[in-house]
Design a protein around this ligand. Sequence first.
Ligand SMILES: NC(=O)c1ccc[n+]([C@@H]2O[C@H](COP(=O)([O-])OP(=O)(O)OC[C@H]3O[C@@H](n4cnc5c(N)ncnc54)[C@H](OP(=O)(O)O)[C@@H]3O)[C@@H](O)[C@H]2O)c1
Length: 266
Amino acid sequence: MKTYTLITGASQGFGKAMALEFAERKMNLMLVALPHSGLPQLSSFIKEYMDVDVRYLELDLSTTKSCYDIAEYVDKHKLQIKYLVNNAGVLSRGLFEGLNEEFILKQIAVNVTTPTLLIKLLLKNMKAAAPAAILNISSMASFFALPKKQVYGATKAYLTSFSKSLGKELKKDNISVTTICPGGLNTTTRLCYQNRILGWIPRNTVLNPKEASRIAINAMLKRRKLIVPGFINKCLMLLDKLLPEFIKDALTNREINKFPAGKLQT
Ligand SMILES: NC(=O)c1ccc[n+]([C@@H]2O[C@H](COP(=O)([O-])OP(=O)(O)OC[C@H]3O[C@@H](n4cnc5c(N)ncnc54)[C@H](OP(=O)(O)O)[C@@H]3O)[C@@H](O)[C@H]2O)c1
């Protein structure tokens, strides 16, 4: 049976960069993203130029049904999922009071419910492909208390914590769980613009998606548990342990206040 890497949110940004990186390493792909996001074109391109098999499913990952649909497709087509990359995520920046309720629930569904359910539904399949690996895309926001990123940060804190515990359980099945916590990634046009006008330190925490995808996949293949990519980001994690709370508050508030309140970052 052919083995596949399943990547959610593969149509653009970090997910697309990872799809290309996995394909370069001659791994077959199963890509998932929303309808009309260019997945058929991306899949044909990778198939034609990179000589790997590519399957794709256009689904709304904010619904639990999408996870069952993925599991059903995998079973029906007898695909063996060796690597699962939970990348799809809804980003945001805005005061809690100003966030739309529907948006909040969708963010929690895509960032929390879907990766959890997908792992649950694909576990049996992945056990048969062992040694196998799960790569969960979290964020440095999962470690800090950031105003205007309260729900987003909390969804990523869930993913980081869930991955650490799950990794311990799945060791016996020879399935590793790696969490990558990027600081910033130059993915969408809006993020590229926002990242350019940041101060020196935060600007230098930002990585390009290609570089980050290489780091993430290498970490997953080395079965690392948790990785914060980038030298400055690693230094910030160390500083976080050393600095008193009031200095950290001053630093995070100063940067976060540069953007208009209530505006979403997506
Ligand atoms: N960018 C950053 O600065 C940054 C930093 C740290 C962590 N991260 C994490 O990295 C991951 C990727 O971020 P990114 O910047 O690459 O984001 P992005 O460019 O907005 O891409 C997000 C991907 O998720 C998919 N997606 C979103 N909602 C979906 C839904 N309801 N159903 C199906 N697919 C959906 C999108 O598909 P469509 O194209 O179909 O919408 C897209 O492929 C996220 O988990 C994010 O939290 C990003």
